[in-house]
Write a protein that binds this ligand. Structure first.
Ligand SMILES: [Zn+2]
Length: 476
């Protein structure tokens, strides 16, 4: 978009079969920094059947002249096929929001999903996570929070605004340990009491530090040292001003690592005082704000702190375990996002829409956090990502990389030729033919266990497979 035009000046009209439905303006930006216009839940399709034409007109009065000489290219049309509501799968028609109060938060889940099945555990886990976050930050919550466990993966498996939204699914390909992710998001909510205006780099840093790791418990000092040794360190000036587009796991590790280092050197009280007063308002960039507030609170510039920190990290002995874990984790999440870009694009974090959970619950809407692509390629790559994550968390980096190699070949070639992927594919296909939905596959040499659910049964049932000469057979 040309620089001189504010997004809020650009009008948007949406027509359904030629009739004006939305008359609005462009609004926010996504994590990629692109201007977006999101008009959720405007079109009630009750009673409609068959193909409908949706037409989007940007700048209908053709006010944008620079770089846009004609009015014709401002219009895009799509055809949407509306099916009868009775054709929806059982699970979709049977679900609704269910809520249960815990000590610190009300937990909301969708009925007939893994989250409703495990609701009692999720309420206890949420209380434990808040307790941990409260203990680390040393503050008392001033309100009861809301935590939503949804079926769909969005972004890296969770987001927090005024409340927490987390993926809880038996085939959660976003990986990580649920408790860790919950503490991280709980910190984001509590943190609004503490540092309402801090920059994203620091908010994420405090969340990673307070949770004691990003996706799993991590020794942040050792892990940072491994990052530097692996040559993947991003200079802070570059990272702080481009935080979201930077390699996600590295950015978050450095943010958490820096907070961890400062707490070690100066104590949380001093760090908290700095963090609490932090704002980028009045500065030309986030790094300028960071530099000035570091000087005011610690008497050292950003460059000086960074230099001392790197010096401190250079004294760590090399730890192959930490390096392998770090590199396999980075690779896993890069692959996971590549999968999203290619096969589950609305989940990809840079352009994902994060629907408001409060509004969904109030309006009784569930499909946006329940539906997700379920083609065989999705099932295959998601169970393979799940297997890679499980081996990674178990510390078997070599096996994790073998599975990641196989996933990479499928993603890059678009075909399943690789022997390992073919094994997974054969088992996935067999479960689909039997009418089940496969959630997880544990492969062990010549045997494999597939954990499946069915349309009316949300409990996981194991199916045992064995490798015959050149194919897999069901043995139970
Ligand atoms: Zn976060």
């Amino acid at each position: 978009m040309p620089d001189l035009i504010q997004p809020s000046q650009v009008a948007v009209h949406v027509y359904i079969n030629g009739e004006l439905l939305v008359q609005d303006r462009l609004g926010g930006t996504n994590f990629a920094g692109d201007t977006t216009g999101i008009y959720p839940w405007r079109w009630d399709t009750t009673g409609l059947r068959g193909e409908q034409t949706v037409t989007v007109v940007l700048d209908p009065d053709d006010l944008i002249l620079a770089g846009d000489e004609t009015v014709e290219n401002n219009t895009a049309s799509y055809t949407v096929d509306i099916l009868a509501s009775g054709e929806r799968p059982f699970r979709e028609t049977a679900t609704s929001w269910l809520s249960r109060d815990g000590r610190y938060a009300t937990v909301h889940v969708l009925d007939q999903t893994a989250a409703s099945r495990d609701l009692s555990q999720l309420v206890s886990l949420t209380d434990e996570a808040f307790e941990e976050a409260i203990g680390r930050l040393g503050l008392t919550p001033n309100r009861l929070y809301d935590v939503y466990f949804i079926q769909r993966v969005i972004g890296q498996g969770g987001y927090a605004g005024g409340s927490i939204v987390l993926t809880y699914s038996d085939r959660n390909y976003a990986g990580g340990i649920m408790r860790q992710v919950l503490v991280h998001e709980a910190v984001h909510l509590l943190d609004q009491q503490l540092a309402p205006r801090a920059i994203p780099f620091l908010r994420e840093g405090v969340a990673v530090w307070a949770a004691g790791g990003h996706y799993q418990p991590e020794d942040l000092g050792q892990r940072m040292a491994a990052l530097v040794q692996a040559g993947r360190y991003i200079p802070l000036l570059e990272l702080v001003d481009n935080f979201y587009p930077a390699q996600h796991e590295i950015g978050y590790l450095q943010a958490g690592g820096l907070v961890h280092y400062l707490v070690e050197q100066y104590g949380w009280e001093k760090v908290q005082a700095w963090y609490g007063g932090m704002t980028a308002e009045g500065y030309t960039s986030h790094s300028a704000a960071l530099d000035a507030t570091l000087q005011a609170n610690f008497g050292k510039s950003l460059a000086q702190i960074e230099q001392e920190w790197l010096q401190h990290l250079s004294q760590f002995p090399s730890d192959p375990q930490a390096t392998n874990d770090l590199l396999a984790t980075v690779r896993y999440y890069d692959m996971m996002r590549r999968y999203q870009e290619l096969h589950d694009p609305t989940a990809y974090f840079l352009n994902a829409w994060l629907p408001s959970p409060q509004e969904m619950r109030q309006r009784g809407l569930t499909a946006d956090v329940l539906r997700h692509p379920k083609a065989e390629i999705n099932l295959l790559l998601e169970v393979m990502l799940g297997a890679a994550d499980a081996t990674l968390l178990a510390g078997d980096y070599q096996q994790a990389n073998v599975i990641l190699n196989s996933i990479e070949r499928v993603l890059e070639s678009g075909t399943v030729m690789d022997p390992l992927a073919k094994s997974y594919e054969e088992i996935v296909n067999k479960t689909v033919t039997m009418g089940f939905e496969v959630q997880r596959i544990e492969m062990n040499g010549n045997t494999a266990t597939a954990y499946i659910t069915s349309s009316h049964r949300i409990y996981l049932t194991p199916l045992e497979f064995a490798r015959a000469t050149n194919h897999w057979v069901l043995v139970n």
